[in-house]
Design a protein around this ligand. Structure first.
Ligand code: FES
Length: 86
């Protein structure tokens, strides 16, 4: 996943925006990342990835590429029966 790829697909928030938010605001818990344009407050798919970024800003394990990330989210949403954010 590149910095300009969307990490939170519901709200079109890029990895770069989240990383910058973490660097500047130094949140203590992942839920505080919702203050970054609402990241993680839609379907919930991106929450584990938000936590990974917060746990290790240098992410030891690289995030998946944008295409497979979006495809896995589609499967996640089908399983959860989630509705799109308002
Ligand atoms: S992808 Fe972030 S809340 Fe849905």
């Amino acid at each position: 996943m590149n910095d300009d790829d969307e990490l939170c697909l519901c709200f079109h928030i890029t990895r770069r925006k989240v990383a910058q938010y973490i660097r500047v605001n130094r949140p203590k818990v992942p839920s505080q990342l919702s203050e970054c344009y609402g990241a993680g407050t839609g379907c919930g798919w991106c929450r584990p990835f938000l936590k990974r970024l917060l746990d290790d800003a240098e992410a030891k394990e690289p995030l998946p590429d944008a295409q497979s990330y979006a495809a896995e989210r589609a499967k996640y949403r089908q399983k959860s029966g989630d509705r799109p954010p308002k």
